[in-house]
Design a protein around this ligand. Sequence first.
Ligand code: AMP
Length: 284
Amino acid sequence: MVNLYSIDALKENLEPLRNKGLKIGFVPTMGALHDGHIALVKAAKEECDVVIVSIFVNPTQFNNTEDLKLYPRQEDKDLELLTQNDCDFVYLPTAEEIYPPDYEEVKIDLDTIENTMEGEHRPGHFNGVVNVVSRLFKIVQPTKAYFGRKDFQQVAVVKEMNRQLKLPVEIVTVETKRDPSGLAMSSRNLRLSEQDLDKAVVISQVLNKGKSWANSYSPAVTRQKMIEYFEQTSLKLEYLQIVHPDTLNDLNQYWVSGATACIAAYCGDVRLIDNMELITKEEN
Ligand code: AMP
């Protein structure tokens, strides 16, 4: 694996491959890598000739400075894991390179997609995501870019950004990797104690409950039952919504194919998110 620390080094290495017509698969990450990230690397390996992972803890997508400060960082371990998984390149940019003095902020209107759920509770978060992802796409120029369904709303934002900015990148979504307990893997899980890890399992449990309740109840009733179930646990619920998979509008009376329940909750002071498709999406 080749470590790339600058745009120049990246260009020098990728340009010849691109000129040969090789497919470049890109996996943007913030490091503290786990098997969820590796699932993205594996998907990219299967579909592309060359795989590049970026590790950059993007300051502009954190609305909470404490969260940014506490975000886990473990570069040596990350590099080892990527090497073991046959990653070809890793890009480790500095903030100065991503946001140079003449950087022009990208501003697009994403309407409900950015204003609900994560957008509502983390003001400015998706503006940060749009800026870092579009900047990384411009630098890396990948054929395909891989994102985890774990960050369901992020995928919707990136797809809409891609559409509006007409970027020549195919967005691929990869299923959420879970611990055997059902807990969605997340870099933030590193901040949970053994006891917290046990408690956090209720997040996936309530999503599974929702999936079975969806067979008998409307979205509104299913949501209410999920909230009541969750309120009996020791986690603090921030939001639980059942949304349309594309518009992210709340569903109330009627189910649609791909209807998804999204949840954010605090386990102690660690904020966790997860989601589950309640109605299986019919492929066209
Ligand atoms: P992050 O480093 O948290 O910004 O995540 C980088 C990428 O990995 C994003 O596209 C995430 O959605 C994805 N990812 C994080 N956790 C998981 C998981 N448990 N399963 C699948 N993908 C994940």
